[in-house]
Design a protein around this ligand. Structure first.
Ligand code: FAD
Length: 495
């Protein structure tokens, strides 16, 4: 295997190109084919902390990245109106307090809460405390000690792809402009042999990466990988998006606001706010979804709204000598900003299973096994947002009545009865993520881990107080989010 062809140049295509340029060049020839006539989806703008591992792996400088993508920092996601219409909570990144002895902070908090203590779970989260005040800095991390802050980014998807394109081309990736009109197969083994472009050119390769977005030209149309439809679990199937002006402070978090048959995102970048309304077409027309979105913008819209249709689910991502990355491999709504993460982990998984030749079925099977666990863990996490709601609208009533996966039922039962949460296998979401979601959506357990009783009442109160004071102290060392970005870009602080 020597020649790898990437079909498509959206976020998935250029992330793959950049990673291959970094880790496979010069032993492999990397070609990326994309068509300027076919636009990218262009809306994946919120990420989660593992994106930093990806960027670090490429050796990307954070200042240059923030500058070139007009990016901002993200400490979590505020969920507005998800449990009850008048309730908000944050899924904050990083620590939710520090463990003590064998058990996590939240076990002590559960005990205190059951005894009537009024502190919230998030009082002990430095990221939550900072986010609520539009503060940001991760530099406290560098001054010794453990700050407990974790961060991700918001960025302009088009600029990110451009940034990665420059990175990739400067490291030997060859970009070919052209529309793919045909995929040629090998008559003997069914592998993809080459791509035919509209101008008649033929691009041959040993391995093909399908990054053609929802079209799934290679993996779907050509290789016929079956799409596993998950809309019975996650029924939203459309989105309307529009960027607008930002009239307030630069928020270091994504907002997810529930509406009557879906939810709206708000992602603040340096130069604009990205907005979108994800909705279920069975309960709301596209026109109504658009009207609701436009009525809930913070500033003047910059463009005409764009409509996108989708089906939630995934297909087998690796078939013969073809691997699907990004939307061609499947889609789950951006409620927890997981799609770009799934591209990143699929690239890493492919590199760890790198085939040496065209006979790679056993590697493809292992890829599938690992990916299924990962996707299902995220799917369950998303379902819980919908399932555990106390809203009155028909759409939300239907979500409460959803037949949810057994794995999720078991997790909810365990938490309700014992206060325990465990991370399954190597799934993305940590104990801290799950506990915020459960508590935030109104699922409160009847019990807590018995080892939380090792503290007497006074010690418990002191531990809760100290944990909150630590979080406030870390947040207090931060500065206004926009000011932090200006200081970074003006080279007054080092990343
Ligand atoms: P695309 O961006 O669609 O790119 C496809 C590429 O294939 C293009 O370059 C196109 O030119 C090329 N192509 C297609 N057909 C041909 C052809 N015949 N010949 C040549 N080239 C071709 N993810 C997140 O992580 N966070 C988010 O906040 C987030 N929000 C989202 C909101 C919505 C409404 C949607 C739908 C998705 C969101 N995502 C988000 C997902 C994210 O946008 C995608 O995972 C990411 O952009 C990758 O897209 P892609 O590269 O697979 O496809």
């Amino acid at each position: 295997m020597k020649n790898i062809v990437i079909a498509g140049g959206g976020t998935a295509g250029w992330m793959a190109a950049a990673a291959f340029a970094r880790f496979l060049s010069p032993n492999y020839n990397i070609i990326l084919v994309e068509s300027d006539d076919i636009s990218t989806i262009g809306v994946g703008e919120a990420t989660i902390p593992p994106i930093r591992t990806f960027n670090a792996g490429l050796g990307i400088d954070e200042r240059e990245f923030i500058q070139k993508t007009k990016g901002s920092f993200k400490l979590g996601i505020i969920f507005d109106g998800w449990g009850r219409p008048d309730q908000k909570y944050i899924h904050a990144f990083g620590d939710m307090g520090r463990p003590l002895g064998l058990i996590s902070y939240y076990q002590y908090w559960l005990r205190a809460n059951l005894a009537g203590n009024i502190s919230t779970l998030w009082d002990a989260s430095p990221s939550a405390q900072a986010a609520y005040q539009n503060l940001y800095s991760h530099l406290a991390l560098k001054n010794g000690g453990h700050s407990g802050v974790a961060w991700a980014y918001h960025f302009d998807a088009g600029l990110y792809a451009k940034f990665l394109r420059e990175y990739s081309e400067s490291r030997g990736v060859r970009r070919v402009e052209g529309k793919i009109v045909q995929v040629n197969n090998n008559g003997q083994n069914g592998n993809v042999d080459s791509l035919i472009l509209e101008n008649g050119d033929e691009i041959s390769g040993d391995f093909f990466i399908d990054c053609t977005g929802f079209r799934a030209l290679l993996i779907g149309e050509n290789q016929g990988a079956k799409f596993d439809d998950w809309s019975h679990f996650l029924p939203c199937d459309g989105a309307v998006t529009v960027p607008c002006a930002d009239n307030g402070p630069l928020k270091p978090y994504t907002i997810s606001k529930a509406h009557k048959a879906g939810w709206q995102w708000r992602i603040a970048l340096q130069h604009r706010v990205g907005n979108g309304h994800v909705f279920c077409s069975e309960y709301m027309s596209a026109d109504e979804a658009q009207a609701i979105l436009l009525a809930h913008l913070d500033g003047e819209p910059y463009e005409e709204p764009r409509h996108i249709k989708f089906t939630t689910g995934r297909r087998r991502q690796w078939v013969k000598n073809c691997l699907a990355l990004g939307l061609s491999g499947g889609f789950m709504e951006p409620l927890e900003s997981t799609s770009i993460y799934l591209i990143q982990t699929a690239i890493a998984r492919f590199l760890s299973l790198l085939p040496s030749g065209p006979q790679c079925e056993i590697l493809a099977q292992e890829f599938e096994r690992q990916s299924q666990i990962e996707w299902q863990g995220i799917r369950d996490f998303l379902i819980l947002h919908y399932y555990a709601n106390q809203r009155k609208e028909p759409f939300w009533a239907r979500c409460r009545a959803l037949e949810i996966p057994q794995s999720l039922k078991d997790r909810i039962n365990l938490f309700q009865q014992s206060g325990q949460i465990f991370r399954h296998d190597e799934e993305l979401f940590t104990e801290a993520g799950w506990v915020q979601l459960m508590v935030g959506q109104g699922i409160m357990p009847r019990a807590y881990h018995p080892l939380a009783n090792k503290l007497d009442d006074a010690q418990l109160a002191e531990f809760i107080n100290i944990s909150g004071a630590h979080a406030r102290d870390i947040a207090g060392k931060m500065v206004d989010h926009r000011e932090f970005i200006n200081l970074l870009l003006d080279r007054k602080i080092e990343p």
